[in-house]
Design a protein around this ligand. Sequence first.
Ligand code: PMP
Ligand code: GLU
Length: 408
Amino acid sequence: MPMNLSKRILSIAPSSTFGMEAKAKEMRKAGIDIVSFTVGEPDFDTPDYIKDSAIDALKKGFTKYTPASGIDELKEAISSKFKRDNNLVYDKSEVIVSCGAKHSLYNIFQAICNEGDEVIIPAPYWVSYPEQVKMSGGIPIFIDADESLSFKITPELLEKKITSKTKALVMNSPSNPTGMVYDKEELKALAEIILKYDFWVISDEVYEKLIYNGKIHYSIASFSEQIKARTLVVNAVSKTYSMTGWRLGYAAGPKAIVKAMANFQSQVTSNPTSFVQKAAITAINGPEETINKMKNEFDKRRKYIVDRVNKINGLRCIMPNGAFYAFVNILELNTPEIRKKIESEIAQTNKNFSTLFSEYLLAKANVAVVPGVDFGSDLHIRLSYATSLENIKKGIDRIEAVINKLLL
Ligand code: PMP
Ligand code: GLU
């Protein structure tokens, strides 16, 4: 029987971050010693006091459905967090809790996109934005945020992409995959354009706490009541508290749209896991100490990995100021001779150089990375440094050896 899959589902690419990680895991299972720089999740365990609070909730029988958009107590904790960290005042009716930031983002695109609406996405971008926009009937419109601009868009670049169909702009600072962080003035200038043309801005702030070099995170929503009324802020406990597997994210914005998202969620997933909501309250109200410990460790790794990468012939990497990714430029390696050498050695051809090069690293160096093409730049590969310094050293040594051989 023919599969008859929908056109919509056939147009969606699988998540390559998870795809590369799965490949690495498979090879490891087969006994190969793989160093993985693929999936972006902190390698630290969830702090015990957060785990204990979930256990406590379970023991007390907090195991039933909750209101579909989350419990009031958690929404209140999230409102307090917005006030404390971002200087944003949201009533609990302006907050919705979902199964991860990925889910919050999907709710948003579903709530705002009509067929053919355009959503502007600065590239490089996190892999799921364009696919979620497409799944919601929207059309992703990309702006090239060039490396020479530290991977940031400018008001001029944004203005060029605005049409009568523009529905929203997606902002992600600190960024996955580049690690760049927008300054206050840069965000303010973008906010002016958004207000001038009057569309939504979706501000994905999941890496807000993982920020280095004395940089400060600003939420674009915090500059005025006008821009707040046009912003949907997205965040999660996933990266901040090392809780990726718990699946809890949240969004805040104008009441009408949050209500629409809640309606949608009530028909799709119902509530995020009951006892995870209790643990999220403990996490959000808890001490910053655990975050800072993790952050200091990431900071050491960040400096080490970028320094090592920049000493390898053919690779270049600008210093990221946030998140836990190094977005490494491989342009100099993309020559006809090197391509030919790679293709003959691993018996593969691929029109995307970053995919070909990533396959090569996996086969020859036993190092897994994510091809930049999946983030909108075929000139790069992404290395997540959310792994031990020891692993980073081992992986970079291997990459260096393989590239030196390629360049012989
Ligand atoms: N936004 C960005 C930029 C991310 O890197 C991730 C990581 N998966 C998410 C959203 C989704 O986070 P969550 O695990 O909370 O769904
Ligand atoms: N955000 C992480 C990454 O980019 C997790 C995987 C995903 O959700 O795509 O690797």
